[in-house]
Every structure is written in structure tokens, then in C-alpha cells.
Design a binder for this molecule. Structure first.
Ligand SMILES: [Zn+2]
Length: 436
């Protein structure tokens, strides 16, 4: 507000209400471990808050100063187990708005503001930790089993108030990638050697650093983040697969190591053992480096399998794995990669990406690629490592020599395994592929 208006307002404030700012909309995003409430305002929020946790209903009260309410509050929070309702209450004065968030349980709320950007207005974000939706299919702790399934953490990019890229017809990346992720999880869970852990199971946002942390907590053996690309012009198209750039990662990991707590977290207790045995800290660093080296090598190998499989179902923008320093790829303990499934900014690919058939094909390609990786890079004491063969369904374009090459075996071995007398294949035919 300009200064002369301020003087004017000051003189007249007791006589009539005047608010500079307004709450224009309120959005609620429940996730398994928190509910995020976002207030969109026309200007920078000026607010204060307090809690009423002595008795039920538990309440978080937010006063927006010099602010009117233009948003409706009906039905907000009905999808969250934590938030019962959001309502107004008598304001401190005629120029302010008081919002009450009624909670099912006490929550240690974290409030922060975000400035306006291209997509959003000024925001007040209220993070309320606490179980807010049921999580389906939690990862089981199976590391103690002999024939355990490998756990694949699947990260559908973006979510909640982050739509990701938006296609020319208005398709949101966050919606496309959760469908591909869900289809991939189903294929993986149907495989006796694998189980899926979905980093997000619905339309809510998970922080970039929280994503690998969740994969770590789930004891995942592999991490794949699913995205759709965008460019400012409509021409570029095709998929690509990204791994962590080692050179850039090294300097960043170096900085991590300065923080001892993070160091032990990354090494999953290895540091503790080293410390107890009186080893020098550089040994922990070396172990972490080795683990980083092998996980990047693994990611690179898996990326090649996935590119190979994706090429059969979609155009590729890049035929070799790409390297970048991306937050979601920074788990030093497991192969991590990011798949761009196509360009949502390309009208033709936008249409493809919204098609269920194409989403299923992409999910199948990712599944095949990840499975091939685990069969050719077996982890001890896993079902896939102990498997001598697996079943393959013949697709259009397959031949025995193509399959033999793909799965590191020979035409003769496939024919013997399946009692084949000719080399011709039928689409849909089931073949047992001997392992290596
Ligand atoms: Zn994305």
C-alpha cells in the first residue's frame, strides 16, 4: 500500500473495514505422514498463529492481518484423517480473518510462506505432521529372508501443489506419472522376485530429499523416479533415462560427509561399527565412495536395459543414459535413476502419455528393464539371484536371436528349454528364458 493511503486508513480504520490482502483459495493435500494446507493469497501473508491443544477439538488458529477471506471452506479436509474441518471464527478486528483448523490429533505444525511465482500466488503453507491417509501395501522388512524379493522404490514425480510440467492440452505431469508408477508397481508385485514401494500413493507432494529417504526407510534395492519432460517449443519428443553424474555428485557427497549424523545415516550403521572399532573416519568415507561407485555403475547398467526396453514401445530422445546431479538420485547405497517417459510439451506425445494403453506399455518396459538388471546383476539371497529361468511373453518383432541377445543366452538354449522344433514364434507365446 502506498504511504498516503496508509495515513488515510489509519485515520479511518475504526469506522470501516479495509483489508489489503485476501485469502483467495485454500487447498488441502493429505499424504500418509502429514497433511499440507496451502492458503493462496493476493499478497505476502501477514499472519500469526496459536494452538488450542488442551481439549478437543484440537485447534490450530491462524490470524491473517489486514486480510479478507474470498475462499470457500466447505468440505476442506474431508479426505484427511488428521484435519476434521477448516472454518472461520471471530476475527481480532474488522480488517483481519481468523481461520481455525480442527484436528483429530495434536500436530506439531510447521508454518512457512512461499513467494508468488509463475504458477502460484503468495502462499502460506501449513504442514501438519500425522497420519493423514492410509498407505496401501507397505514394504515388508524381508532382508532377513533367504529368498527375499528385491524392493523397487517407485517415485512418481511431483504431486499435490506441484503439477510438474503441463502439456499444451492441459495434461498435468503429476497425473500421468502416478498412473505409470501404479501400473509398474502392479507388474512388480505380480513378480515373485520383486516387490514395489510407492514413494507417493496419491496426489500430494513429497520433498525432493524426502523421496530417497523414504526409499532408504523401505530398505529398497533400487530407486526409479518417473517423470515426463517438457520444453518451451513443441518439437522435442521421446524418452530419456538419467543417472547421477559422479563428478558433480562427488563434491556434493564430500560436503555431506562433513556432517557426521548424515554420514551414519547414509551408511546405515556402518559408520557406527567403524567408530566403535577405532578406525579412522577416512575409512568410512572410502566405504561410502565405493558404495557410490557401485550404485552409479548399477544405475548405468539398469538404464541401458530400460532404454533398450523403452525403445521397443516409444521414441527415445536420447539413446544413451544421461548424467545429471539431481536430488532424487543421491542415494549412495542403491542404483537410482530417473526416467523421462516422453515430452508432455509435444502435442502428439501428450496425447500418447494420457492413453492408458501407452502408460501400460511404458510400465511394462520399465518392469522388463529393471528385471533384466536384477537378473544380470543378482543380489545375494534374493529370489531373482537364485532363479535359473523366467517366463517371457513373445511380443511383435521378437525373434529367438533377438531374445537370446537380450537375455545373455543362446538360440539353442531357448529352443532346448522350450522343446521348440522351429525358430518361428507367435505373439503371446510363453517362453521360458534360461538365465545366462
Ligand atoms: Zn518432472
Amino acid at each position: 500500500m502506498m504511504k498516503r493511503f496508509w495515513v488515510f486508513l489509519f485515520a479511518c480504520a475504526p469506522l470501516w473495514a479495509w483489508a489489503d490482502n485476501s485469502v483467495d483459495s485454500v487447498r488441502v493435500w493429505p499424504s500418509p505422514d502429514k497433511t499440507r494446507v496451502v492458503f493462496d493469497l493476493s499478497d505476502t501473508p501477514d499472519y500469526s498463529y496459536f494452538t488450542l491443544y488442551q481439549q478437543k477439538p484440537y485447534r490450530l488458529v491462524i490470524d491473517f492481518n489486514n486480510t479478507s477471506l474470498k475462499a470457500g471452506l466447505e468440505n476442506l479436509g474431508k479426505e484427511s484423517l488428521l484435519v476434521d474441518k477448516i472454518r472461520t471464527s471471530s476475527p481480532k478486528n474488522a480488517n483481519s480473518t481468523r481461520i481455525v483448523i480442527e484436528l483429530d490429533s495434536k500436530s506439531d505444525a510447521n508454518l512457512f510462506t512461499l513467494p508468488a511465482n509463475e504458477s502460484y500466488k503468495d502462499r502460506l503453507v501449513v504442514d501438519l505432521p500425522g497420519k493423514s491417509i492410509e498407505r496401501s501395501g507397505p514394504a515388508k522388512s524381508v532382508s532377513e529372508l533367504k529368498d527375499r524379493r528385491v524392493t523397487v522404490a517407485i517415485d512418481a514425480g511431483h504431486g499435490g501443489d506441484d503439477p510438474g510440467s503441463i502439456g499444451p492440452r492441459g495434461t498435468y505431469e503429476k497425473h500421468v506419472v502416478i498412473r505409470i508408477a501404479t501400473a509398474l508397481a502392479k507388474l512388480i508385485n505380480d513378480d515373485p522376485g520383486m516387490q514395489a514401494y510407492l514413494i507417493r500413493t496419491g496426489d500430494y507432494y513429497v520433498g525432493l530429499n524426502e523421496r530417497p529417504q523414504k526409499a532408504w526407510d523401505a530398505k529398497a534395492d533400487f530407486f526409479v523416479s518417473i517423470h515426463a519432460d517438457a520444453f518451451r517449443t513443441p518439437q522435442p519428443s521421446g524418452g530419456s533415462v538419467w543417472v547421477l553424474s559422479k563428478r558433480r555428485a562427488e563434491s556434493e557427497v564430500g560436503r555431506w560427509l562433513e556432517n557426521r549424523e548424515q554420514q551414519s545415516e547414509l551408511l546405515g550403521g556402518v559408520t557406527d561399527i567403524l567408530r566403535k572399532n577405532g578406525h579412522e573416519p577416512y575409512l568410512a568415507e572410502t566405504l561410502l565412495d565405493m558404495s557410490m561407485d557401485s550404485s552409479i555403475a548399477g544405475a548405468y547398467s539398469a538404464a541401458k536395459h530400460i532404454i533398450d526396453e523403452m525403445s521397443a514401445v516409444t521414441e527415445m530422445h536420447k539413446h544413451a543414459p544421461q548424467a545429471a546431479s539431481l536430488a532424487v538420485l543421491k542415494s549412495p547405497d542403491k542404483p537410482s535413476l530417473l526416467v523421462e517417459t516422453g515430452f508432455i510439451s509435444n502435442p502428439r506425445e501428450e496425447q500418447l502419455l494420457t492413453s492408458n494403453a501407452h502408460q501400460q506399455k511404458l510400465a511394462r518396459a520399465l518392469y522388463n528393464g529393471i528385471r533384466r538388471y536384477f537378473v544380470s546383476n543378482p543380489i545375494d539371497n534374493t529370489y531373482l539371484a537364485n532363479q535359473s529361468s523366467f517366463t517371457y511373453t513373445v511380443k511383435s518383432g521378437d525373434s529367438l536371436s533377438v531374445l537370446a541377445q537380450k537375455y545373455n543366452t543362446t538360440v539353442k538354449a531357448i529352443k532346448t528349454e522350450n522343446n521348440l522344433t522351429t525358430s518361428s514364434l507367435k505373439i503371446g507365446q510363453k517362453l521360458t528364458i534360461p538365465s545366462r
